[in-house]
Design a protein around this ligand. Structure first.
Ligand SMILES: NC(=O)C1=CN([C@@H]2O[C@H](COP(=O)(O)OP(=O)(O)OC[C@H]3O[C@@H](n4cnc5c(N)ncnc54)[C@H](O)[C@@H]3O)[C@@H](O)[C@H]2O)C=CC1
Ligand SMILES: O=C(O)CCC(=O)C(=O)O
Length: 532
């Protein structure tokens, strides 16, 4: 496996990668150079500068994993990566303290004019009355986005005796209580805050969320920090508000358009840089020794884990599953993939709806990832390598398949059961159900028949007349092809005189053998099927 690292990550991360994969560290590549070589790599590791956009992903024909050494993934086209089944991993925890501390550093800087005073002293200007600042003590701090970093800022600045209020419509009230923060609306935050700091991700909704209209509502003399993503505060509106004096000062670690870091940027221009009371740092939020060690090693581990096919960890485009829960759910993933895989191997009619119902103990778990395996199993016979658990949901949607998931705690006979109901476009429903015993998986219902078989890679799925001698005939045909039967399950349907037979064999059943079986009088239909 080959991995390209396009931005500086810590040495410990590189050393870790070298133990498992071939690593090319290529810093400062021109875009065209990267586009030309990306198809040589199975994974790419970036920080915030490399744009892993549609064009790059499409050129990266062999890409399996995109690793983000850091938190925000707005430089990665998640949609394209997901459609292509490429895993995107990040390191959401490794640099949050660094970012929170930098936020506080910036806030103190603009409260006390530290950068301006430093510059003055360097130039022989020691007139300290020029640099009189304000205290944080007793002031109101408004935090927009009380996530990982926002909450770290809240607890730290509470100890500066600030009155902390926050706006975050996506979190429960308990989170505000946990951090001793008063929950407010955005308008209340704008009206009441002496200091505002923003800590949301960059999304369509948050880009420019503090614009001209919002800056008209702020307390005169407010000080604003953005250590999250450039453009969350509209730059033109901020420029005007600072110029007019509505905003006393601003500190920005991030800009809407950032220069390519680690290079000279003499031609770089942004009007905000001309304002004496706007302090800018070059996206330094995560640049501490500790944070870079954390994210370097974390991203290396995440990428190696994902390349090895283990689908847990900080996978951005998969449901969040920790290793323990992942291991517990593994048999259910195999079970659902196997049940799903049966459908198109024994049916031709396109699917309109897939219903996945979790009953019993399994219903208490986060089963999102299990459902993805069911969908992958269902679509695999149709899409072959074009479907993976990363893109299974998108592919199902593209194919017009409605996916419904349900959970019922109540159950009889089994401790857990997963039921898969697949309705085709003609309205017929095929139902499968399965359970697990430790690591073992069993399908216990198949198309209205009570069964009990382990789905394996070599199986024969037979519908036959329920007459004497069928088992012998099947045994004879298979033995002619040198195939051993390892187990056999028969489920008669008394009402119509037919039976369903599932035969597990020791090797692949060639189509000649299947044809020979289909020529037998007693066989209504025989198919070779696989569990995955
Ligand atoms: N400057 C730097 O070097 C660094 C910047 N970051 C950036 O910091 C930001 C925050 O990161 P985390 O705290 O880890 O993210 P997080 O995902 O833990 O928290 C984000 C919070 O924003 C809230 N939110 C989302 N949309 C919102 C809206 N419209 N209004 C109000 N709240 C909203 C969410 O509910 C969530 O609680 C991200 O943009 C990240 O990329 C992160 C690390 C370093
Ligand atoms: O230093 C970096 O790589 C940027 C960090 C960052 O912005 C993030 O992790 O979201």
């Amino acid at each position: 496996m080959k991995v390209i690292v396009t931005e500086r990550i810590s040495e410990n991360g590189i050393e870790y990668l070298k133990k498992y994969v071939d690593v090319d560290v290529k810093l400062g590549l021109e875009r065209k150079e990267l586009l030309d070589i990306i198809d040589n790599y199975d994974a790419i590791i970036v920080r915030s500068v490399t744009k892993v956009d549609k064009e790059l992903i499409e050129k990266g024909k062999n890409l399996k994993v995109i690793g983000r050494a850091g938190n925000g993934v707005d430089n990665i086209d998640l949609n394209t990566a997901t459609k292509k089944g490429i895993i995107v991993v990040n390191t959401p925890e490794g640099n949050i303290i660094a970012a929170a501390e930098h936020t506080i550093g910036l806030m103190l800087s603009i409260a006390r004019n530290i950068p301006q005073a430093y510059n003055g002293c360097k130039n022989g200007d020691f007139k300290r009355n020029r640099y009189k600042g304000v205290e944080l003590n007793g002031k109101t701090l408004g935090i927009i986005g009380l996530g990982r970093i926002g909450s770290l800022v809240a607890t730290r600045l509470s100890s500066f005796n600030m009155n902390v209020i926050a706006y975050d419509p996506y979190i429960p009230d308990s989170r505000f209580e946990k951090f001793g923060v008063q929950k407010v609306t955005l308008d209340e935050l704008l009206e009441q805050s002496d200091f505002i700091t923003i800590h949301t991700p960059k999304t369509e909704e948050t880009l420019g969320m503090i614009g001209e209209k919002e800056l008209k509502k702020v307390k005169k003399g407010v000080r604003i920090v953005n250590c999250a993503r450039g453009g969350l505060i509209n730059e033109e509106a901020l420029y005007n508000a600072v110029k007019e004096g509505t905003v006393a000062a601003a500190a920005l670690d991030v800009l809407l358009i950032e220069p390519v870091y680690d290079k000279e940027n003499k031609d770089f221009h942004n009007p905000l840089l001309e304002l004496p009371n706007v302090v800018v740092t070059p996206h330094l939020g995560a640049s501490t020794v500790e944070a870079q060690n954390n994210v370097g090693i974390e991203v290396a581990r995440e990428v190696v884990t994902a390349l090895s096919g283990k689908l847990y960890g900080n996978i951005v485009n998969l449901p969040d599953v920790k290793a323990d829960e992942f291991n517990m759910l593994k048999p259910y993933m195999r079970l659902c993939e196997a049940m799903g895989a049966l459908y198109y191997q024994i049916n031709e009619t396109p699917i309109s709806t897939v219903e996945i119902i979790y009953r019993g103990k399994i219903s208490k778990h986060n089963t999102d990832i299990v459902s993805l395996y069911a969908l992958k199993g269902i679509l695999k016979p149709a899409l072959k390598e074009g479907v993976s658990i990363i893109n299974a949901r998108i592919r199902a949607k593209e194919m017009g398949i409605e996916v419904i998931e349900g959970k019922v705690e109540e159950i009889n006979h089994y401790s857990s059961l997963v039921i898969l109901k697949i309705t085709d476009t003609k309205g017929s429903m095929s139902q499968f159900a399965g359970t697990t015993y430790g690591d073992e998986i069993r399908i216990v219902e198949c198309l209205g028949h009570k069964v009990n078989f382990e789905p394996t890679d070599y199986m024969l799925f037979v519908r036959n007349k329920d007459v004497p001698g069928v088992i012998g005939h099947i045994g004879n045909v298979l033995s002619e092809f040198g195939i051993n039967i390892s187990s056999m399950h028969v489920s008669p349907n008394k009402s119509d005189g037919t039976a369903l037979m599932i035969v597990n064999t020791d090797k692949e059943i060639p189509h000649e053998a299947v044809d020979a079986l289909n020529n037998l009088n007693s066989i209504l239909r025989a198919r070779a099927v696989k569990a995955s």
